[in-house]
Design a protein around this ligand. Structure first.
Ligand code: FAD
Length: 379
């Protein structure tokens, strides 16, 4: 492909080895016991995968979205969950710390995240609705040099696993028209008044913890505010949007992983002396159609990565890639299950795991109907 070169081929091989050695043996543990893949994240830091999106000054290797997408694509061929757990440390909510943290905070915390030694979480969603930001009930008020936070968050990824939580709090009378009313505040897991609540049982992304967190007169230093006071809405959205491409790379990789397993199955499974592949035109055509979708999406994803590498804005394309990625992965996994016949429904077969994880991509990181609504602003 046009974006590959010798250096990127080496990177891909390194991540393939990493996936074989660290990710593959842990898939069953994540699936059956919902264990958070802390060691996978730590080792992803150790071998430099997390650092692919961060500057060298904090231990990264420079901001190259193609390299980052390549790494996530490879991990996702084996496990969409592991890919998501790693990519969440590479960009998105961590970007708030990268963009708005003080040099001291970045030196202390961002370094650890890049090394895989600390876990970060972004806590926005509340029972009033994930996107209903200005109706949130979690409030923070300043008391001399400290924020005092009261309230709770739901559906927080990495709840109970994270060392730091970036929490969107109401800090003044909300004014949705001006985007005023919220501030992002960093809360360490050992802050007084902070508590982790119920961890949800989900249909997919087993191993990625999603749960409730509580703040009861929780106190953190004033300097823990990330970004402009009362304008957290803008801080959140503008800072993290480029990271969306990594969800796309994860969907691409998992769709490929499913496709490769399905080709193998169709060539090995015998029907009256011939493989499914050799027996039925409809099977061959379905595989070819899957390939069309995957290859078209690959070009889309890496084109966006190159645009970002050039420092250009790709906001509508990023939104489209998030929508298309979830749909692609879901449709490939669904077709794969059909081609596997009843075997596809068996847990040991892997395909049902990918299909469940595909569905999670419709929710985590942005819901397609909400994103489509966002896209209409570009029309
Ligand atoms: C696995 C998982 C992990 C998550 N991780 C996090 C996390 O780390 N941090 C966090 O803060 N949140 C997280 N969330 C929550 C997620 O961001 C919210 O679920 C999402 O914002 C939607 O909010 P809601 O579920 O309250 O749906 P609601 O706001 O109740 O919306 C329901 C439906 O209404 C429609 N709708 C709502 N708003 C609009 C709109 N503006 N335009 C068009 N249609 C609309 C959509 O179809 C939507 O699905 C996670 C969710 C899941 C499932």
């Amino acid at each position: 492909m046009w974006y590959m070169n010798e250096e990127r081929e080496l990177l891909r091989k390194m991540v393939q080895n990493f996936t074989e050695k660290e990710v593959k043996p842990f898939v069953k543990e994540m699936e059956e016991h919902k264990t958070f893949p802390r060691e996978i994240v730590r080792k992803a830091g150790e071998v430099g995968i997390i650092g692919l999106t961060y500057p060298e000054s904090y231990g990264g290797s420079g901001e190259d979205y193609i390299n980052a997408a390549l790494a996530i694509e490879e991990i996702a061929k084996e496990s969409n969950t592991a890919a998501v757990c790693v990519l969440l440390q590479m960009h998105l909510c961590v970007r708030w710390l990268h963009d708005y943290g003080t040099p001291e905070q970045k030196d202390k915390i961002l370094r650890k995240i890049i090394a895989g030694d600390a876990i970060w979480a972004g806590a926005l969603c509340e029972p009033v609705g994930g996107g209903n930001w200005f109706a949130y009930n979690t409030k923070a008020v300043l008391d001399n040099d400290e924020w005092v936070i009261n309230g709770s968050k739901i559906f927080c990824t990495n709840a109970g696993q994270a060392d730091y939580y970036a929490v969107l709090c109401i800090t003044c009378e909300p004014n949705p028209v001006e985007g005023r009313g919220t501030t992002l505040i960093m809360v360490p897991k050992d802050a007084p008044g902070f508590k982790v609540g119920h961890i949800e049982r989900k249909m997919g992304w087993h191993g990625s913890a999603t749960g409730q967190i509580y703040f009861n007169n929780c106190r953190v230093p004033k300097v823990n505010a990330l970004g402009p006071i009362d304008m957290g809405y803008y801080a959140c959205t503008s800072s993290s949007s480029n990271g969306t491409i990594l969800f796309g790379a994860a969907c691409l990789g998992s769709a490929e992983g499913v496709y490769e397993r399905t080709v193998k199955y169709c060539k090995e499974r015998e029907h009256v002396g011939k493989s499914l592949f050799d027996s039925y035109q409809v099977v061959r055509n379905k595989l070819a159609e899957m390939l069309v979708e995957i290859e078209a999406y690959r070009v889309f994803i890496y084109g966006i990565c190159e645009t970002l590498n050039m420092g250009m804005d790709a906001t509508p394309q990023l939104v489209a890639a998030k929508i298309k990625g979830a749909r692609l992965f879901q449709s490939i996994a669904s077709d794969a299950m059909e081609l596997h016949g009843s075997n596809g429904t068996i847990v040991e077969c892997d395909i049902e795991r990918f299909l469940r994880d595909a569905m999670m991509n419709f929710f985590g990181g942005g819901i397609p109907s909400v994103l489509v609504d966002n896209l209409t602003y570009f029309i």
